[in-house]
Ligand binder design. Structure first.
Ligand code: GRF
Length: 188
């Protein structure tokens, strides 16, 4: 049965688009019931509009994270989502939200976790001199970039790589990997 997804994105939304494209091509049996953003100018919102995916913005006030999380959580429940897919969502979720949707939040991180958690993982990989990096889809727990790993993809790190060239190589794998991980999920 088709899995209903709530996607949360803060930026350009290429992972959101990759998932939506697989749905449209019927290579992924899912539906994006709702896209949520914390930024009213996120390019992801424009993409959602073009693809006729319902979208909502809830303003994010750092001094009142609970307000955003309550509104976003209620909207996700109202849309009947089985899972929440974080796709470039640039806010740290609090335990309130993570526990409310325990075991039902996925994240993608552009490194082979548990290596290079946090910001700029591609830069961290270059600085560490690793020969391979990649991306990881995992379930979200209250520890940052942690939680059970659902899928990983490996890419080589080349001698002349820049942060940009490595990010591009990893992103190509992210677009494939997220749908692959979602295929492994089951609906309610
Ligand atoms: C991706 O590299 C993802 O792994 C990271 O943020 C980036 C989001 O890109 N969490 P996009 O907005 O999906 O294009």
């Amino acid at each position: 049965m088709s899995v209903r997804l709530g996607v949360m994105a803060s930026g350009r939304g290429s992972n959101f688009l990759a998932i939506q494209s697989e749905i449209e091509q019927a290579t992924l049996d899912a539906e994006i019931a709702l896209l949520i953003s914390d930024r009213s100018n996120a390019p992801a919102l424009k993409q959602a509009e073009k693809r006729h995916v319902p979208a909502k913005t809830f303003p994010y006030d750092k001094s009142d994270r609970a307000a955003f999380e309550k509104s976003a959580g209620d909207a996700i429940d109202a849309a009947g989502c089985d899972y929440i897919v974080l796709a470039g969502f640039m806010r740290i979720l609090t335990p309130y939200f993570i526990e409310r949707f325990s075991g039902r939040i996925l994240n993608i991180h552009p490194s082979l976790l548990p290596s290079f958690k946090g910001l700029h993982p591609q830069r961290q990989a270059l600085e560490a001199g690793v020969k391979f990096s990649g991306c990881t889809v995992h379930l979200v727990t209250t520890d940052l970039d942690d939680g059970p790993i659902l899928a990983q993809a490996v890419v080589p790190v080349l001698d002349d790589d820049t942060e940009e060239s490595l990010s591009t190589r990893i992103l190509k794998q992210e677009h494939r990997l997220y749908a692959e991980a979602i295929r492994g999920l089951s609906s309610k």
